[in-house]
Design a protein around this ligand. Sequence first.
Ligand code: ATP
Length: 861
Amino acid sequence: MPVKGNQFRSNSFKDDETPRKPGAKAERPKPTKPISERLPIFNLEDGRILKIVGLFSLVLAVFFLIAFTSYLFTWQQDQSYVSPANGGWHNLFKSSKELIESGITDPIDNWLGVFGALLANQFIYEWFGVASFLFVFIFFVIGFRLVFKVRLFSVPKMLAYTLFGIVFISITVGFVHGMVSDYPHFFEGEFGYWSNKLLSVQVGHAGTGAILAFAGLTVLVIAYNIDFKLPERRERNIPAIAVPDVKPEPVELEDEEISVPVEWPRNGGRAKGNNILKEDVIEIVTPEPVKPEPMQQNIPRHEPVVLKPEPELEVEEDIEEDIPLTIDVVRPTPVLNIEKSDDDAKAASLVEQFGQYDHKLDLASYQYPSLDLLENYGSNKIAVNADELEANKNKIVETLNHYNIEIEKIKATIGPTVTLYEIIPAPGVRISKIKNLEDDIALSLAALGIRIIAPMPGKGTIGIEVPNQHPEMVSMRSVLATEKWQNAAMDLPIALGKTISNEVFIADLAKMPHLLVAGATGQGKSVGINAILVSLLYKKHPAELKFVLVDPKKVELTLFRKIERHFLAKLPDDGDAIITDTKKVVNTLNSLCIEMDQRYDLLKDAQVRNLKEYNNKYVNRKISDPEKHRYLPFIVLVIDEFADLMMTAGKEVEQPIARLAQLARAVGIHLVIATQRPSVNVITGTIKANFPARLAFRVLSKIDSRTILDAGGADQLIGRGDMLLSTGSDLIRLQCAFVDTPEVEKISDFIGNQRGYPSAMYLPEYVGEGEASSPKEYDADSRDPMFEDAARLIVLHQQGSTSLIQRKMKLGYNRAGRIIDQLEAAGIVGPFEGSKARDVLYPDEYSLERHLETLQKPSND
Ligand SMILES: Nc1ncnc2c1ncn2[C@@H]1O[C@H](COP(=O)(O)OP(=O)(O)OP(=O)(O)O)[C@@H](O)[C@H]1O
C-alpha cells in the first residue's frame, strides 16, 4: 500500500499508548518494550527500512564497482597485502609494525583502500573472476527498485539469471583460459579454475565444453525460447506458429489445396493443370464453324501486349527532383510532437511502473476452444471427375458453336461445389449473346444452378459456373486448420468457407462493417450464422468481444446460452441473454444506441477516432482520466429472422437498426442480420443503404436475388451452403463452412465450463417511452441502507450514473438502480436522460449533508 504524507500522523504511536500505564509497565516482563516506546517502529509497510536497504544497496553497487575496477589496475601492487599467505583479511586488524614484520611494506593502491583491496581480491581472485562485476548489477537493480520504486527488471528473475551468469561466466572463462594456462587467474577466479579442474577430471575437456554449451543454450531457451533452425526447410508440422491471439493447439495444420485451372487451348492441345490425368484429356471439340472466322489471324497480335517500362525511369528522376520540396512541407510536425511528449512521458512512466493495462487479466486463464471440438467432414480434397469435366466442357463448346459462337480458349477451375469454366470468346463475339444463352447451356448440361458471369470482372473472360455432380462439404475444421486462418490478423475475422478455386475465404467483419444474410428456408442460413459466431469464438477473448443475440424463432441461437457469462451482453434485468421477445428487442436496440453514444463520448474525450485507437490508448495508459474510461470490447449484434421483427415492430426496429448501421462501426458495434424473406418491406432502402456487405444463400426468385444483392444470381445457387457474397463492388461465390449443432454445443460447453465473469455484460438501461416512470415519491423508511453513501459518492463525482454506484460500492445492478431511483425521489439527482448521466442537483458535499439532514428530520420526529 502506498504510504503518503507524514508518518508521525499515523496510528503507530497511538497503538503503543495503552501499555504505558505504570502498573502495566511493571508487570510486563518483556525487556524490549521501553526501547520501542522511544524509537520509531520499523515495519515493512512503513517503507523506511526498505528505503534504507535500497540506499545501502546502491552504495554497495558503487563501492563494488570502484573496488573491482581499481583491482584490475592495482592487483599486482596490492598482492602482498591481500594474499592469504600473508594474512589476508587478518591484516585488517594488524598494526603497521605487525604488517612490516609480515613483510608487507608497500602502501595499498586500491582506490578504496585496504578494505577495497581485500574485497575485490576475495570476489575476483578467490571467487568468480571478472564475472563478479555482475554483483554490481544486482545491487544496483535492487537499490534502484527500493529507492525510486521503479521496476527495471523482475527482481527474482534478475537474481536467478545473474547468479547463474556469474557461475557460468566464471567456469566458461576458466575453460577458455585453461587452454592456454595452467594457473588460476583473476579472469575466472579460483571458483572458475577449480570447477574446471574438477569437471575435466570427471568428463574431460571436451565434456566440460559440452556441459557448458548445454547449460548456456538451456538458459537461452528458458529465457527467450529460441528456435533452432536447420538450414534447409523441414516438414511443416508445428502448430506453434506465431498466432497472436489463439493458444497454440497440438493440431496439425492442413494445407490449403487451391485449384489450379485446367486449360484447353484453342488448337486442340492437351489440358493443363494438376487436377486431371493426362490420359483423360480430350481435345477441344470444334464442330464445323458455321461462319469461318477471318479474324483468327489477328489472334497472335492480341497476346504479346506488354507494357514497356521505359517511362518509369523518367518518372523516378522527376520524383528525386521533387524530394527536397516534400521535406520542407513536412518540417513543422516536430513542434506538435513536443507538445504531446509530456503526456506520453507520463503514460510511459505509468506503463513502466504497472505494465500495460491487461484487459484479459480478469480471465487470464481462459482457454481458447481447440480444433478438436470440430468434426472433419468429407475429404477436403479436390476430387474431380475428369470425365465430368470433359463432358461439361464439350457440352458448353457445342452449345456455343451451335449458336455460332466461336471460342478462343476454355479453362476450368474446380471448387468444392461448382466448377467455373472460363471462356475467352473469339474476337468480335458479343457478350450479351452468350449471356442470353444461359438457359440453353443449362438445358444442354442438364444441370441446375448454372450461373453465367459475363464478363468476369477484371479477367476479360466469360465465366460459366456448373455445379459438381459430387459436391464436397467444406467443414469448419478444414477452414480453421489452415495457416491462413491461424495467421489472420484481423479485428473480427470470420471464416466464411471456400471460394470457387477452393481457397479459404476469410473476411473481417469489422471492415464490412455490417452483414446482411438472406436466403430461403433450408438453404444454410443458420449454418452460416453459426459459422460466423464460431469463427469469432475461436479468435477472440471474452474481454474483447460481446454478442447481443436476437432470436425470435427461439431455437436457433439457444446453443449459445452457455457462454452468457463470457461472451454475451444483455439488458440489465434478470431475463434471458438471448432475446426472443419483440418488446425486449426494441429496448435492446435502443440500449445499444445509448451504448454507441456513450462510446462516442468516450472516444471524443480520449481524442481518438475509432475503437482500436481508443483501446490502444487505454492499454498504454495514455488516457488522462482512467476512472471515466473502460476497455471497450467489440459488440456484434446478431438478429435471426429479421423479417419477423419487422412485421411485428416495423419502424420501432428499423430506426435504431438504421442508426446503428450508420454510425456504430467506429465504436466497434457491428450487425449481422439474417432474414428468410428478402422482400422490400423487410430489407428497406434505409437498411440496404447501410449494409454494403450482403450474403445471399439460395433464394426462390430473381426478384428476391435483386432485393438482396442488387443483382441476379442467388436464385441460381444450388443450396446447402452455396452462397454469394456481395461486398459492394464484387460478387463472390462461396461454399459456406459447415458446422453442425453438436459441434456448436461442444464449443459452448467448452467455453461455458470455464471460469467466466459474474454475469453477462450489461448494456445501458433504456426506458421506453410508455415506460418512463412518473416522479417517484420519497419514502424515508424504505430507503436503502447505502442511500447516504451513494448520495455522497454521486455528489463527489458529480455524475449521476447507476454504473458508478455499481462499480464503486460493489453493488448489483438492480440494487444500484433502486438507489438511483431513491436519489431521484429525494431530489439529489435529476431524471433519467437516456445516454447521458443524470444531473446531480447538489454541487458539493456541504449542501448535500444539509439536505440529508432535512430528509432525516421527519423520520426522527
Ligand atoms: N455449408 C453447408 N454445407 C453442407 N450442407 C449444408 C451447409 N449449410 C446447410 N447445409 C444443409 O442444409 C440444411 C439446412 O441448413 P440450415 O438449417 O442452415 O438452413 P436455414 O436456411 O437456416 O433454414 P431455416 O431458415 O429454415 O432455419 C442443413 O441441415 C444441412 O444439411
